[in-house]
Design a binder for this molecule. Structure first.
Ligand code: GZL
Ligand code: ZN
Length: 331
């Protein structure tokens, strides 16, 4: 049978031309052969596994990453949303390894269970950058850098404000924890508890609302049903605080007055509730990590030294400060 040599050779010629064009446009003698090379010359291929879309903070963080890791900034971004499931993140990281990305970055939904997949990335010669949340690992050579906030300090700052303003009144407090096992939930709880040690504020209940509004509302409804005195809510993020406000109002109480609320994040909706007097204090958690990630990724690909831990600045807001800050707030 006549073989389709013509078509095959035409196809072969076309693909050779295509590869030649690619490497030609790559300039700088880029062979595209190096492990993990996206093939496109000085464009950096980066795979990013995001926790999910659980909160206003996460939306702002995703926007910061997608607005910065753009083609005009020299990146080819592959972005995936794990719907807050660790197995989805591990799957995404494995696919980035298989695609031979130049860099992999992710925000680990929980602290533990990453060593195996990080070792696979290391074996493939693909550097990994952590953003936002940290991992607990014995071997910190498994990632190049962590970029994010100091969550223990955020918890401490929220606790200090509560201690300064509410000690000595015999207040009873409930806590809406973030995602179980996540660095922000573990560290914010630790920092806050340290700051209120020695005060007469009594923590009467604590449960996870998984960083979502719905979770915060549901858990707060439960707290209101099972406790006859609640004076104060510490919510690990604004979104759970906003859910708690809905539950408190549904119970005929006034949030910010009958029940004081302190949260962490300072996203727009939280700051609006703060300005409206429904929240009493917010410690910021800066979600704008895109610029730092882009800078660290470029250095890592260029083989330059990068800092192991890059801590971003967080502010804090009273109700008056929120009203002032809102008009110009970026997120
Ligand atoms: C903190 C981040 C947390 C936010 C929540 O850096 O991981 O996850 O505080 C978000 O709003 O869901
Ligand atoms: Zn830890």
């Amino acid at each position: 049978m006549k073989r389709k040599t013509f078509l095959r050779s035409a196809a072969a010629a076309a693909s050779i031309a295509a590869v030649a064009a690619l490497t030609a446009c790559g300039g700088g003698g880029d062979t595209g052969a190096a492990a993990g090379d996206g093939g496109g010359g000085d464009t950096i291929s980066i795979g990013f596994s995001q926790v999910g879309a659980e909160s206003g903070w996460r939306a702002a963080n995703t926007k910061s990453i997608q607005d910065t890791l753009t083609a005009e900034n020299g990146f080819e971004l592959s972005f995936s949303d794990a719907q807050q499931k660790q197995e989805n993140q591990i799957q995404a990281i494995r696919s980035y390894i298989a695609q031979g990305m130049d860099v992999i970055a992710f925000s680990p939904v929980v602290e533990t269970g990453w060593d195996a997949v990080l070792q696979e990335a290391k074996n493939a010669g693909i550097p990994v950058i952590l953003t936002d949340r940290a991992v607990d690992t014995e071997d910190d050579s498994l990632y190049e850098s962590f970029i994010g906030s100091d969550f223990v300090l955020e918890g401490e700052r929220a606790g200090q404000w509560v201690a300064e303003n509410f000690d000595g009144q015999g207040l009873k407090m409930v806590e809406l924890q973030g995602t179980t096992g996540s660095a922000p939930a573990i560290d914010r709880k630790e920092g806050f508890a340290k700051a209120v040690e020695g005060t007469d504020i009594e923590l009467i209940d604590s449960q996870t609302g998984d960083f979502t509004r719905a979770g915060g509302k549901q858990v707060m409804e439960g707290f209101l049903n099972s406790h006859d005195q609640i004076d104060l809510v510490f919510a690990h993020n604004d979104d759970m605080g906003l859910g708690a406000i809905e539950a408190i109002e549904a119970a005929g109480l006034t949030p910010g007055e009958d029940i004081k609320i302190v949260t962490i994040d300072a996203v727009k909706d939280g700051m609006q509730a703060l300005a409206d007097g429904k929240i009493n204090y917010i410690v910021e958690c800066n979600p704008m990590l895109g610029e730092d990630l882009a800078e660290v990724a470029k250095k890592v690909v260029a083989g330059e030294e990068v800092e192991k831990r890059i801590v971003v600045e967080d502010a804090e807001f009273t109700q008056e400060q929120a009203a002032e800050a809102l008009p110009t707030r970026e997120y």
